[in-house]
Design a protein around this ligand. Structure first.
Ligand code: URA
Length: 234
């Protein structure tokens, strides 16, 4: 890979600035000054420094987004705002995409990455990755609803796998539901099928990854090494 590209992909500097740094002799490859922005390096083993600071090259980016209402889970749309608009500019060159879909009005955890293999593994219907949602519904859920969810629900076009429904504090309209698929409007349709209605939906976990409640809505942060490792082990 060209050294200017590697630095651009690993830092927030633009190509123009990087060319200037190279001209000024501030960029070294394995201890030797590089004068040519097109100089080819091996990102796996060459040590690149800029002003003495080691450049840590990463091919992939993994971001946790706390998705707000009003954004669709896509990278481009003619009519609506898309979740990738919420990616901080320093990560934009990775061209991350959302792993799976949340409805436009669903809030909460969305993973964005450019790692297609991980995305594929997490989304594969065979993986049955559990996803937990916080739900505020029109009516409280009942013991009978808990039983119905646990048996799997025939929604006409498909029957869901058994789902775990946990009411929060008796008598309120709040519950947690865990499903192991990710069909279109699945949670909303499951609540409809028991004569209820989802008023507010927020995903709080996907597999081993849990929404960081200190992450404000509309903001992204990098996954920690631990979060990433656990996801990779999924
Ligand atoms: N189920 C839904 O109904 N909507 C979502 O966004 C996610 C799960």
């Amino acid at each position: 890979m060209r050294i200017d590209k590697l630095i651009a992909n690993s830092t927030s500097w633009g190509r123009k600035e990087i060319k200037q740094f190279i001209k000024k002799g501030m960029v070294l490859c394995n201890g030797k000054v590089v004068r040519d922005a097109g100089f080819h390096v091996d990102e796996a083993c060459d040590e690149i420094t800029l002003s003495g600071e080691k450049i840590v090259y990463s091919k992939y980016v993994y971001l946790m987004l706390n998705k707000p209402d009003g954004y669709i889970s896509a990278t481009f749309d003619k009519h609506y705002s898309v979740v990738t608009e919420l990616v901080p500019s320093q990560y934009a060159h990775y061209e991350p995409f959302p792993v799976g879909r949340l409805d436009i009005d669903t809030h909460g955890l969305l993973l964005l990455t450019n790692d297609g293999d991980l995305a594929h593994r997490l989304l594969s219907p065979k993986s049955h990755v559990p996803k937990t949602y916080f739900v505020r519904s029109k009516k409280p859920v009942t013991d009978s609803d808990i039983h119905i969810f646990s048996q799997g629900i025939d929604l006409g076009d498909f029957t869901t796998m058994p789902a775990k429904l946990v009411p929060l504090e008796g008598g309120t309209n709040e519950s947690l539901v865990t499903i192991c698929e990710g069909k279109f409007h699945q949670v909303k349709r499951m609540y409809e099928s028991i004569g209820n209605e989802v008023i507010y939906l927020k995903r709080i976990s996907m597999g081993s990854l849990t929404l960081d409640e200190s992450l404000p809505e509309g903001e992204c942060r990098l996954l920690t090494d631990e979060e990433l490792q656990k996801l990779m082990d999924t």
